[in-house]
Design a protein around this ligand. Structure first.
Ligand code: EPZ
Length: 420
């Protein structure tokens, strides 16, 4: 298993190019199941989860054509499928496999998808996806660890999500494009990744209004056609590099990003004394020269402060002057990184869904274990400011969602190596 070996203590300086958004590319790849024509995708991040999604589609005998592995562009064509199934072996490595449920039942009238089960950050059920498809007329059966959906043709329905769910909104949005009649999704997630998925679906001929707001209206059509699409930049990768620049007292230019997707994160980092300026419509500069100040954070659905940035922010808080209260409202168990940071010398108290970080504390290098994707990123950030050598084990988690983060950090002057 690969590890990162980090010698901390260097301010990061230089330019980093931001990759496409994993959490936009995954539903977008699943959307290619909705048409028999070619869907051409660009700005795909070269990360492990994308390879897993491509494997899942290939398992159904969908044609996935890419120049390289991992690919940065691909063409997907779903003339037919051999079987409408997402097996446990793939779903257990990537929960986003569940995004095939909606498109498969909408186009082929049948889907069988393994239940994802819990993971390192919480229980993560898919009951809201199931209830919504049921409301659209699908017969849903859950047995032997799989959910099966059947419907000759889905019907439009009024779907109110009891809780805001990102992949739930995406699944039902995709399903609704081919349903008979109108579907109204209320209390829908508003993440930019949903608007990006809707942009592609509209290019494919779907009739969608309101994506990116909490009410989405979809008028179902008989058929969708092919389209070409460029995936939006990864706002969480941007946030991670903003923290990397800030925590090391560096000066980094981030290019090919979409600053308007980062308002909550930029506001919070600015409160901490980090200087962030837009150098153009698609680039941000982060500088931190003085002392970092604390600011409390509560994670929220978009446009609030993203749960996917909580771990990285916690790393920053260990270096800020004073006490930071960090409240995690989205997932019940998303502080695994804190115990590893405590082993490095951080002063953090965890109480249920809240963490109090007493800073600043010097961190000292040791061997630490990554428990999930964003936790791994936060441990790398901690390693960048720690004294001596930090070894981050199980970096396969980070490879799921960051494109060769060690190369990008090294180009900014960090001393980080991968070892097999
Ligand atoms: C998406 O996960 C992201 N994944 C996650 O990113 C992200 O952390 C999360 O949204 C929240 O922003 C992808 O986009 C592929 P949810 P998702 O459904 O859709 C509960 C990363 O690091 N819930 O919005 O699975 C659920 O348990 C990952 O890139 C139900 O109760 O998250 C959670 O408490 C990790 N029933 C809350 O809702 C349901 O049917 C929000 O989850 C669905 C969700």
């Amino acid at each position: 298993m690969d590890k990162f070996i980090i010698q901390g203590g260097r301010p990061l300086e230089g330019t980093v190019r931001i990759s496409g958004a994993k959490n936009a590319a995954l539903p977008i790849m699943a959307a290619a199941l909705l048409t028999s024509e070619k869907v051409q995708l660009d700005n795909i991040p070269r990360v492990r989860d994308i390879v897993t999604m491509a494997k899942l589609l290939a398992h159904m005998k969908v044609h996935v054509i890419a120049q390289d592995v991992p690919p940065s562009a691909m063409t997907i064509q779903t003339e037919e499928i051999s079987h409408a199934e997402a097996p446990y072996e793939l779903v257990k490595t990537m929960r986003a496999s569940v995004l095939t449920l909606g498109p498969l039942v909408a186009r082929f009238g049948y889907a069988r998808v393994s239940l994802p089960g819990g993971c390192a950050i919480g229980a993560r059920p898919i009951d809201l996806h199931i209830q919504a498809l049921e409301k659209m007329g699908a017969k849903m059966v859950t047995e032997h660890g799989y959910v099966e959906a059947r419907a000759e043709r889905l019907r439009g329905a009024e779907i109110h999500f009891e809780k805001i769910t990102v992949t739930g909104t995406e699944n039902i949005l995709m399903a609704a494009t081919l349903a008979q009649g109108e579907t109204i999704l209320s209390n829908a997630a508003r993440e930019p990744e949903i608007a990006d998925l809707a942009d592609l679906l509209i290019k494919m001929g779907a009739k969608i209004e309101g994506a990116g707001t909490s009410t989405i209206r979809v008028r179902g059509v008989e058929k969708l056609h092919g389209a070409a699409h460029r995936v939006i930049p990864d706002r969480i990768e941007v946030g991670t590099f903003l923290v990397a620049g800030a925590i090391t007292g560096g000066n980094v230019l981030l290019t090919e990003c979409e600053p308007r997707h980062l308002c909550a994160i930029i506001d919070k980092l600015s409160e901490c004394g980090v200087e962030i300026t837009a150098e153009s419509a698609t680039s941000l500069r982060v500088r931190a020269s003085g002392k970092l100040r604390t600011a409390d954070v509560t994670t929220e659905e978009y446009p609030g402060f993203a749960t996917d940035m909580q771990a990285q922010y916690l790393a920053l808080a260990t270096q800020a002057e004073g006490d930071s209260l960090i409240t995690e409202t989205i997932f019940e168990n998303r502080f695994m990184h804190a115990s590893e940071m405590i082993r490095m010398g951080a002063n953090i108290e965890i109480n249920g869904r809240q963490a109090i970080v007493h800073g600043p504390t010097p961190l000292s290098g040791t061997t630490i274990i990554a428990s999930d994707l964003r936790a791994s990123a936060s441990l790398v950030l901690a390693g960048l400011v720690a004294e001596n050598t930090t070894v981050v084990d199980r970096v396969y988690h980070i490879d799921r969602g960051y494109e060769r983060i060690e190369n990008k950090l090294r180009a900014l002057g960090a001393r980080i190596e991968r070892s097999g």
